[in-house]
Design a protein around this ligand. Sequence first.
Ligand code: 5RP
Length: 268
Amino acid sequence: MDWGKANRMSKLFRKDGHCFYLPIDHGYFLGPTSMLEKPAKTIAPITQYCDALFVTRGVLRSAIDPSYPLPIILRVSGGSSILGDLTDEEVLTSIDEVIRLNAAAVGVSIFIGSEHERQTMSNLAKLVNLCEPYGIPVMAVTALGKELKDKKPEARYLALAARMFAEVGAAVVKTYWCENFEKVTEGCPVPVVIAGGPKCDTTREVLEFVHDGMQRGAKGINLGRNVWQAPNPPAVARALKAVIHEKASVDEANALFEKMDAAAKAKK
Ligand code: 5RP
């Protein structure tokens, strides 16, 4: 691997090989999103527990200070909103922009099993072709179209998608947690990170699926709403960091969460 790409990969994964990415890219298809009205304010107390920020160029330029300490994973695909066919995406950001913004990596969604499976796989391939000469890693995002959104994704589907993304050249695969998650990680030769999906009712539930995924071969997480839409985002992020980087059990991480949460409540 060239020095530049190895350097970027070393920023995306800590020395233990694990990572905690914080996504705030939701507006690219959802529009205004609760708690992302002022992104810089929302992420300020959480950043210290995370390893990278996943964001579009628009929010990066308008809301994030250039001295921001974490590496940037630039969301570069989009084009369709929740009002239309979400699967009909293109790559919207040029390689010049990716370089100008000093991105550590780029992220693109692929909708396997949808009408635009081939188009979005082609987006991934084109992006890998554009980024490889500059040593910029591509994160492939497993995305679900309307047909799949209401069903719980299964290991067979997620493993198929993850392997296809790696074959085309993705450096990292972001996917959803599922039962028997080892079927996804074992079939994928590049690091797999777990996406959040819909908001859980409790922090413990979040810690449980993340811990299970990590035990079954995930290298980390890319969790947004379950962190910054929680009542106490820094406490959730601190507990997740303990699972990702400190080998904490669910009970240990949850105790950490409860301690921080109680201290914050006592201050009020
Ligand atoms: C949207 C994305 C988000 O980064 C991803 O869904 C993670 O966010 P959340 O944990 O809120 O689901 O890629 O397509």
